[in-house]
Design a protein around this ligand. Structure first.
Ligand code: HEC
Length: 103
């Protein structure tokens, strides 16, 4: 558990170089308000998302899901809807690719 936390901190720290990276760090922390690395909180953990979708992920489909959000009758993980993300599609794609690599 600790090493995963250290790894995540290292990844986030290494990304905080440059304006684009700052934007991605802000994006990630927005997503991480509901998606923690190792435990389900409001949403499924990032590790669980990676485990479910990581292997043969359809990234385009996941980007569409996050851009659109999930309503109460579309849920696959739990009972809480995910709000539509206002972030640009390219940024959502980058964060999802990062999430799927967290296995
Ligand atoms: C307000 C809380 C909240 C925020 C903010 C949020 N999510 Fe979610 N997310 C959820 C919930 C709840 C689910 C599970 C929905 C379900 O049961 O199908 C979810 C599910 C997902 C899934 C899995 C979708 C599936 O069909 O398996 C992905 C990928 C995801 N979120 C990515 C993101 C990304 C990327 C961001 C940031 C742009 C983000 N989320 C921000 C709450 C949130």
């Amino acid at each position: 558990m600790l090493s995963k936390t250290v790894l995540l901190a290292t990844v986030l720290a290494s990304l905080s170089i440059g304006a684009q990276a700052d934007k991605m760090t802000a994006m990630k922390s927005g997503c991480m308000g509901c998606h923690q690395p190792d435990r389900a909180t409001v949403g499924p953990s990032i590790r669980d998302i990676a485990a479910k979708h990581g292997g043969d992920a359809d990234v385009d489909a996941l980007v569409a899901v996050v851009k659109k959000g999930k309503t109460a009758d579309e849920l696959t993980w739990g009972k809480i809807p995910m709000p539509a993300s206002p972030a640009p599609e390219a940024d959502v794609r980058t964060v999802i690719s990062w999430m799927l690599a967290q296995q």
